[in-house]
Design a protein around this ligand. Structure first.
Ligand code: SAH
Length: 510
């Protein structure tokens, strides 16, 4: 067996990156774009000792789960990995992936996982679900500006203004911008030469509010004739905010640090609805969020409502609980929780997000949610260890945090106006009823997990976007005296290999 050989394989499984897996003479081969159940002819591209990579050359017999991708570019674009699988099979794959990680990485017993694992929450419409899109702008072979997506693992742009995962208005916005660039000879950024102006177009769309934000990312402070572009984009119904973000760095990071409003408002709003809480009536179930160009906001609002409602159900709140919400972003989950809890403390590392979270609490009339800025693995141990925490005086009122004002004796209950903390409350903070975590893909830091165990909350709700790091963290929590009670995947990212998952972990009482 050697490179360039043709081999016939039956695809039996999918790898973590969505490639089909088949076996040939005891070797495992990864074949991109193959589906479980396909019999394929593949060409060996790379051989290692026990495994190899092969290119799909011909589908000899198509799997019954194979479908025609809706998008013409599904195969070459890096955005979708499994559009060639029917949606039901995608969900089954994600369920198996979560289960496999819990068993392999988390070292949980298979039968036990099968008892606690609930069926995946799928999407009704697994296309057109994204409220945010970031299109790179580049040049085609003729030097004309194009918008599209990166081909898998590369930075070459596939021109496509009509992504099947995004909203229809994306196309109109991009075509308006490209026509403007042609007319006024505004150049596209060239990554290798570091010349040219327009790097990316970020579009956000509020599914509930119907408000649109367009943020042009430029390698410079201004765009020539930007008022004409703004006027044209401003005619699109729903247009609320047109911004310019300056990014002159040689970096893969899309947004630079500075954003200027060119037209309309610097932000859009959107709302999420609670589906299952007792005080649904009082609040109307609606929480409104302010979203600026740089804020993190879940990309699939329909599934996010299901995800958060589930997190809330797992939290088991009655109105008396003290809850920490770690990695809280703009307070999305925190504000959902606050309506059913006594007090919520959110922790978030990004300054702008903390500002947004505070503003969002105010806007929704929520007074029992306090937001602390810093890394969860620093804020939590510092708070728990010393009880007195000193942070930034972000409110400008002499208080660095909710905790400070009570314990250092300089401020009294309620004086600060930011929070209503007192020694009793501090005890509640040290030993909360519930801790919710929603970390980025790399999971929770070890220090954060250790402190969570010291705080011995009754329940921990873990919202995860990577089941491998989730499994690793669950093992640590379970070794520390907790047990997994419920696990449920929520598909936020149809057509891709990514999946979200919520887990309820409960303290064992011996
Ligand atoms: N719960 C929020 C955000 C989840 S995304 C929501 O559902 O909208 C994860 C968040 O964790 C991001 O806002 C990111 O800025 C933040 N973050 C990343 N590392 C962090 C850390 N070490 N400590 C606290 N927050 C962190």
């Amino acid at each position: 067996m050697q490179k360039n050989d043709f081999i016939e394989l039956v695809i039996e499984d999918l790898g973590t990156d969505g490639a089909g897996i088949g076996r040939y003479h005891g070797m495992t081969f990864f074949v991109k774009d193959a589906v479980i159940g396909d019999t394929v002819l593949a060409k060996i591209m790379k051989l290692k000792k026990t495994y190899g990579y092969a290119r799909l050359m011909e589908i000899k017999e198509a799997s019954p789960n194979r479908v025609k991708p809706r998008c013409l570019y599904a195969k070459s674009c890096g955005g979708c990995q499994i559009q060639q699988m029917d949606y039901k099979s995608q969900l089954a794959y994600k369920q198996r992936k979560i289960r496999a990680n819990l068993v392999r990485i988390g070292r949980f017993d298979e039968a036990y996982i099968d008892r606690v694992m609930e069926p995946m929450v799928g999407m009704e419409e697994p296309f057109g679900y994204r409220n945010k899109a970031q299109f790179p702008i580049g040049k085609n072979g003729d030097g004309e500006a194009v918008a599209g997506f990166y081909a898998g693992r590369t930075h070459s742009i596939i021109a496509n203004t009509d992504c099947a995962l995004g909203v229809p208005v994306n196309k109109e916005i991009l075509e308006t911008i490209l026509a403007f660039m042609r007319e006024f000879r505004v150049s596209a950024y060239d990554e290798s030469e570091r010349t040219g102006l327009i790097r990316h177009v970020l579009i956000r769309y509020g599914f509930d509010s119907k408000e649109i934000m367009v943020c042009l990312v430029a390698n410079g402070e201004t765009i020539p004739h930007e008022e004409i572009l703004a006027e044209r984009l401003g005619r699109i119904p729903g247009m609320t905010s047109i911004c310019l973000n300056v990014n002159t760095e040689n970096t893969n990071v899309i947004l630079g640090e500075r954003t200027r409003t060119v037209w309309g408002s610097p932000e859009i709003t959107d709302a999420l609805y609670l589906r299952n809480t007792s005080d649904f009536q009082r609040s109307g179930g609606k929480t409104v969020y302010r979203i600026s160009a740089q804020s993190f906001y879940q990309v699939n609002p329909v599934q996010t409502e299901k995800l958060y409602s589930l997190a809330l159900e797992y939290a088991g709140l009655t109105g008396k609980e003290t809850v920490w919400d770690l990695y809280c972003g703009i307070g999305t989950i925190s504000l959902f929780l606050a309506r059913s809890a006594k007090q919520v403390y959110g922790v978030e590392a990004v300054h702008q997000a903390v500002q947004d979270a505070r503003m969002n609490a105010k806007r929704n009339g929520i007074e029992n949610a306090v937001f602390l800025e810093g890394k969860a693995e620093e804020v939590l141990p510092e708070f728990y260890g010393k009880t007195v925490m000193r942070g930034n005086d972000s409110a400008g009122d002499g208080c660095s945090s909710a905790v400070d004002m009570c314990l250092d004796g300089t401020k009294r209950r309620g004086e600060c106006g930011a929070v209503d903390a007192c020694p009793d409350e501090t005890e509640g903070m040290r030993h909360p009823d519930v801790i919710v975590v929603d970390p980025p893909r790399k999971g929770c830091d070890e220090k954060c997990l250790e402190t969570m165990l010291c705080m011995h909350p009754e329940r921990i709700v873990y919202v995860s976007c990577d089941s491998a790091t989730l499994a690793r963290d669950l093992r640590k929590l379970c070794d520390g005296g907790y047990e997994v009670k419920r696990v449920r995947g929520v598909d936020q990212f149809g057509q891709t290999i990514h999946t979200e998952c919520v887990v309820l972990i409960q303290r064992k009482h011996i």
